[in-house]
Write a protein that binds this ligand. Structure first.
Ligand code: GLV
Ligand code: MN
Ligand code: MN
Length: 399
């Protein structure tokens, strides 16, 4: 089992890794992510699993006959810009390794076990988080998604066509009774508890909001300070206000992406577009956080002579995972049951009514969405065993 996991991990590791930062650029429907999906198909077929693909690039590989009442496991292969190796791929590699473990135990599942890889979980290219699973579940319609544009202005529909994909969604979720996603922890809860593995209780509601500030381009030398309509100032104050608002209310607010036009050193900018990632303990708290930030941004824009429009690009409601399922998985092993502030395909499937659970694997520093994201091999292997035990429990087989 150690060999299976470590060999798969070594094979996947170079795909999309930046030589300069060591981080990953596996944006969906680009060469490195395409290679990662091809790697998945190769691994699944080498195990004799029957692979299905849809017109988005979502993948599933079946162990066992029949396509009903299945236990689905897996995660995603795409990354954020300059992301870590573990966020997503750990769940996919562990799923395949868990099948190997169960087979090594002579286990025969009564219910089919399926291993899946969802596309564009991070929303790093088209802005909408968990796009693949949202389309699969119908949470987002193709009509809404097809016109989403990437940073180069390419529509999703055209990006897919370039890949030979037609945008049609798979129907395999119809046969899925339970989903379990294993994921690297993106915090330090398990470190503080001295535990290698945990089970998720809930996901905080979160959203991505585009703030478009418009002002007036002008000369950086000749324009008197009092004559400017500078959207950079409106944005800068908004970033500070968001940080303060989140700190005082115990929530999270981040401006991690900014686009400045024309982006010249010696010109007052005409436009600043900035994306707020906001997360909160409840939907009410999230709405309040956004309202507070937007109010302060509008007030400042008024004083700067700029204008502001705010657009919600991706909003994910609070998810409470099935507590009975979490307890059934966690209790025999006394694994802690912990919440997370990160979004996952598991949240989308849970919201779609699929009984869903998550396993977390300890991350020594808690750092994630960064090249420094890490998990020790021993903990990853503990995660594989935990997932194998969980799949055995849920697929109800004999051994
Ligand atoms: C996904 O990783 C997210 O929480 O943004
Ligand atoms: Mn992520
Ligand atoms: Mn992830």
């Amino acid at each position: 089992m150690t060999d299976d996991f470590e060999q798969m991990w070594r094979d996947l590791l170079p795909l999309g890794r930046s030589a300069s930062s060591g981080g990953y650029f596996r944006q969906p429907w680009t060469a490195p992510e395409r290679e990662a999906r091809a790697w998945f198909v190769e691994q699944a077929e080498a195990r004799g699993l029957a692979v299905e693909r849809d017109g988005l690039g979502n993948l599933v590989a079946w162990w066992g006959t029949g396509r009903t009442d299945a236990v689905l496991t897996g995660s995603h292969l795409d990354s954020v810009l300059d992301g870590g190796a573990y966020d997503g791929p750990l769940g996919v590699v562990s799923a395949l390794a868990a099948v190997d473990v169960l087979r090594g135990r002579g286990f025969e599942p009564r219910r089919p076990v399926a291993v899946g890889a969802f596309v564009e979980e991070e929303g790093s290219r088209f802005g909408l988080a968990c796009l693949g699973s949202r389309l699969l579940t119908g949470a987002t319609s193709w009509e809404t998604a097809r016109v989403l544009r990437d940073r180069e202005g390419l529509a999703l529909e055209d990006a897919l066509a370039d890949e030979g994909l037609d945008g049609s969604r798979g129907t395999w979720l119809d046969g899925v009774a339970t989903f379990v996603e294993l994921h690297v922890e993106q915090g330090r809860d398990l470190v503080d508890r001295d535990e290698a593995v945990g089970v998720a209780s809930a996901i905080w509601p979160h959203g991505r909001y585009r703030f478009d500030f418009a002002g007036e381009a002008n000369h950086a030398g000749t324009t008197r300070m009092e004559d400017r309509r500078d959207p950079m100032l409106s944005y800068a104050m908004t970033a500070l206000a968001a940080n303060k608002q989140a700190r005082v209310s115990g929530q999270r607010a981040t401006f991690g992406r900014v686009d400045v036009r024309p982006n010249g050193t010696n010109a007052v900018p005409s436009h600043v577009t900035a994306w707020l990632d906001a997360r909160a303990e409840s939907s009410t708290a999230l709405e309040q956080l956004l309202a507070d930030v937007e109010r302060q941004a509008q007030e400042r824009a008024g004083r700067d002579g700029t204008s502001l429009t705010v657009t919600a690009e991706s909003v994910s409601p609070e998810v409470a995972f099935d507590p009975a399922l979490a307890a059934r998985i966690a209790e025999p092993h006394r694994w802690p049951v912990i919440p997370t502030m990160a979004g996952h395909d598991a949240g989308v499937l849970s919201a779609a009514g699929v009984p869903t659970a998550m396993l977390f694997v300890r991350n020594p520093t808690g750092v994630s969405h960064s090249p420094d994201e890490h998990a020790e091999t021993a903990d990853c292997l503990a995660g594989v065993t935990a997932l194998a035990d969980t799949l055995a429990l849920l697929s109800g087989g004999e051994q």
